[in-house]
Design a protein around this ligand. Structure first.
Ligand SMILES: C[S@@+](CC[C@H](N)C(=O)[O-])C[C@H]1O[C@@H](n2cnc3c(N)ncnc32)[C@H](O)[C@@H]1O
Length: 317
């Protein structure tokens, strides 16, 4: 498994963009769609007051939806990374909403038996399973409820992630498009500065062309290949525009882009690893069943496509 600080940094980087949700767009938390309907139902018959804790909250998109639906509730979120909660206005909601950043959900600094609704959307499955089940049961109040949306190993979300990871792996390979561009750019700049191309320049150009061809082949093979197409277009532009005066800047830009893709690769890889088959879900939930005999699992589907597992339960005692 990738080191905790690298995982945390990869997510901090993502949340710095201001995104509210890791699979935004058609799978929004509010409005239309299966995920929104699940959360509406989870909040529907809640009492006027209570304490919700959201595990792996990221930028707190779910806390924002809960802030609107559960007006008298206290809301807490926990995340391994350092999200920015761009929607939170100090003074308006600040006193009832609390974020535990850089905190593992396996060890939440809240007293036992104080949580009335424990939620997680594409979060709980990233944690150590045994530890997080134990922690969730410690935190839940008697009668406290559980509502989870969990990555499904066969969902469209996981399939897209698998395509994205193949694309990211190809781009980051030693002979991939990023390294090939870094190698060819100085030669192109020298050429524009009036130098004759030597053997090294020819070889670098050939390696670049090969990497471009490999990328195009993968674009054809994948269902979703946005990152490949975007990178191809971006490096082509760089090649056209580079000259001795902007070479340094172009190389710095490329290095920053490589770091960004490396972080995306960490996130995508762990998303795929976290996604659960039926058997894995049953194994994970077994830890809850004694305290929650009526635990219900289902799948969320939208436009005929499988999106995620859904889990609801309540502590019997
Ligand atoms: C896929 S994102 C989901 C974020 C948000 N719930 C959403 O629906 O968009 C997973 C989040 O879980 C966090 N995470 C991963 N492992 C964690 C852990 N052990 N404890 C707390 N947070 C964790 C990551 O930092 C990341 O922000």
């Amino acid at each position: 498994m990738v080191q905790t600080d690298i995982r945390s940094q990869a997510w901090t980087r993502y949340w710095a963009s201001g995104a509210l949700h890791s699979c935004d767009g058609s799978f929004a938390i509010e409005g239309e769609g299966a995920i929104a309907a699940f959360w509406r139902a989870a909040f529907a018959d809640a009492p006027a007051q209570g304490h919700l804790l959201d595990l792996g909250t990221g930028n707190g998109g779910l806390m924002l939806a809960a802030a609107r639906a559960l007006r008298g509730w206290r809301l807490s979120g926990v995340d391994l990374s350092r999200p920015i909660l761009p929607w939170l206005e100090a003074g308006r909601d600040g006193d009832r909403i609390q974020l535990f950043a850089e905190t593992r959900m396996e060890q939440v600094p809240l007293p036992s038996g104080t949580i009335d609704l424990l939620t997680s959307q594409f979060g709980i499955e990233y944690a150590d399973h045994q530890q997080v089940v134990r922690e969730a049961l410690r935190l839940l109040a008697p009668g406290g409820r559980l509502a989870l949306v969990i990555h499904h190993a066969e969902s469209v979300v996981t399939r897209v992630a698998a395509d994205e990871l193949r694309a990211l792996d190809l781009l980051a390979a030693d002979d991939g498009l990023l390294e090939a561009t870094i190698a060819v750019l100085p030669h192109m700049a020298a050429l524009r500065g009036g130098q004759e191309p030597g053997q090294a320049a020819h070889e670098a150009r050939e390696a670049f062309n090969r990497a471009m061809r490999d990328a195009s082949m993968l674009v054809d093979a994948l269902e979703v290949a946005d990152v490949l197409g975007q990178t191809q277009a971006g490096v082509q532009q760089m090649l056209v525009a580079v000259h001795p005066g902007n070479l340094h800047e172009a190389l710095e830009k490329l290095a920053a882009y490589r770091d960004e893709l490396a972080a995306a690769s960490v996130r995508t890889r762990e998303q795929i690893e976290a996604a659960m088959t039926r058997e894995q879900l049953d194994g994970f939930l077994a830890g809850f069943r004694e305290a929650m005999p009526a635990l219900e699992t289902s799948t969320l589907r939208q436009d005929g496509r499988l999106i995620a597992w859904a889990v609801r339960g309540a502590r019997a005692d």
